[in-house]
Design a protein around this ligand. Structure first.
Ligand SMILES: [Ca+2]
Length: 492
């Protein structure tokens, strides 16, 4: 459970064990300079905040009890600022998050709580395996619920000030929990970033969605008893739009010559994708009648491909990282009895780190493919820039920010600077040009002899096709132009 922004800093206890990963940076804000924190100012901040807290309805006695003996926690600042260079690929993360050991622990946990989980499933319509999987990924089934004092952690992060408004809001939520008498101040424990209990609820999410399910009159997600936490998690997913009985996603095979520009097109119905040649990996047809289906390529075109639906996005509302959502959902399948997944990950083409991500953004921007900023975070703008670069260079336009792609971009920069540095983008062969001429002829252009040499007629025809299709390509033979001609010939 995390807030949407500042994700990597707010991961629950279990995530520390698994190690945060490069892809988890996806929505993290840029890190400010590592300025020293003047801890002597904590009391001044506390005094100001006290006024705000009391104005917003926190009783003075609750505030005093919560802050009794509280100072800023240096360790929390250290965790918050730790921008170590992670380069953990999604397949490595998944191997740890969906390990055989976790699967067997999950099955045991499901069995031990079978009655509760059945009641939760009936009430909220969320499969028990999904609830148990979140429990597993968030806290290893309650083993790592976090030992940080939540008031102290939230106060530290609010005082430090980088995301003051957000953490003051969480701190106020924590104080409201205390005011309600759900827990005593020093027993309200969580991760250093404030994620609490078995399924790592932030204080604001607790206030909004936690429930008393064991009927003792109190919501308690902190104790050894997981019942309230598990029901609260199911309720969270239900309120965020879980659709009972719908699959979260399926592994698919992309058709030959798939137009990767469709990745940018937003969610479409499964019939839309079926019309474009998508099938299940097994070769069977896609499930019919599902709306809002999106293609997910977690490691680019050379890795596994998924078509994901509404319930996948509901898991993202719990923690907006692709790897997290996949870990939860794949683990849920295994806990439910599915055999081990075998995905063909591109283990020879790792994702970029923050540093190499920055290098990629700098170089792409320099080459005229604007990434919308240089922060090392591969988001939608960077992926779009990668796709434009890939298209212009006749590469598969999957937008995957990998080491191989960076190598390619480095060579493109070197080629542009006139340096001899590795291999420049591959020129089209004579056979390619012959194919282009044949395709152009088929499209009704006057070509003359099909001779594999790009003369005046061929160039003019290419120019006209490129203009007609509104492409950002040079009117000369290239792998990218050939690919476009093939599409034109197919009527796409
Ligand atoms: Ca309770």
């Amino acid at each position: 459970m995390t807030l949407f922004v500042g994700l990597r800093r707010m991961l629950g206890a279990s995530m520390r064990a698994l190690a945060a990963t490069a892809f988890l940076c996806a929505v993290a804000p840029a890190v400010s300079a590592q300025e020293a924190v003047d801890f002597s100012k904590f009391d001044g901040w506390k005094k100001e905040f006290r006024t705000r807290a009391l104005t917003s309805g926190i009783p003075a006695a609750v505030f005093e009890a919560a802050f009794k003996g509280i100072s800023a926690d240096k360790k929390v600042i250290e965790f918050d600022r730790n921008q170590a260079e992670f380069n953990r690929a999604i397949w490595e993360y998944l191997a740890a998050a969906v390990s055989d050991r976790r699967v067997s622990n999950g099955r045991a946990a499901a069995l031990a709580n079978a009655d509760t989980l059945a009641a939760i499933e009936i009430k909220y319509g969320v499969p028990k395996e999904v609830v148990v999987a979140i429990w597993g990924v968030e806290s290893a089934f309650g083993r790592n619920r976090g030992g940080f004092d939540v008031v102290r952690s939230m106060a530290t992060l609010a005082f430090e000030g980088r995301r003051k408004a957000r953490f003051e809001a969480e701190l106020l939520a924590a104080l409201r929990i205390l005011a309600a008498g759900d827990i005593e101040p020093r027993k309200m424990l969580g991760s250093w970033a404030g994620a609490m209990g078995h399924t790592q609820f932030m204080p604001s999410s607790y206030l909004e969605l936690a429930v008393d399910f064991d009927g003792d009159g109190k919501r308690n997600i902190w104790s050894d008893n997981p019942v309230d936490a598990l029901a609260s998690t199911a309720r969270y997913l239900s309120v965020r739009g879980w659709k009972t009985g719908e699959p979260w996603g399926v592994e698919i095979a992309l058709p030959k010559g798939f137009d990767f520009r469709l990745l940018d097109g937003g969610p479409r119905s499964t019939s839309f994708w079926t019309e474009r040649g998508l099938k299940l990996k097994s070769g069977e047809a896609l499930p019919a009648g599902l709306e809002a289906a999106e293609i997910l390529l977690p490691a680019g075109a050379n890795g596994p491909a998924f078509l994901v639906f509404n319930n996948y996005r509901v898991i993202l509302s719990y923690n907006p990282a692709t790897a997290y959502a996949l870990a939860v959902l794949l683990l849920s399948e295994r806990i439910g009895g599915k055999p081990k997944h075998t995905f063909a990950w591109p283990v020879d083409d790792r994702p970029l780190t923050r540093t190499t991500g920055k290098e990629l953004q700098e170089k792409l921007t320099g080459l005229g493919f604007d990434t919308g900023g240089i922060d090392g975070i591969v988001g939608a703008n960077t992926r779009a820039a990668i796709r434009r670069f890939q298209t212009a260079n006749g590469l598969i336009a999957d937008g995957y920010a990998s080491e191989k792609l960076l190598d390619y971009v480095r060579r493109a920069v070197a080629a542009r600077e006139g340096k001899v540095f590795g291999r420049p983008p591959e020129p089209p062969s004579e056979a390619d040009i012959r194919e282009m001429q044949t395709l152009l002829k088929g499209l009704g252009y006057r070509i003359g002899t099909i001779d594999g040499k790009a003369g005046r007629l061929t160039t003019a025809a290419l120019s006209s096709v490129i203009k007609k299709r509104g492409l950002d390509l040079k009117p000369e033979p290239s792998k990218a132009v050939l690919e476009e001609l093939r599409k034109a010939a197919r009527g796409e």
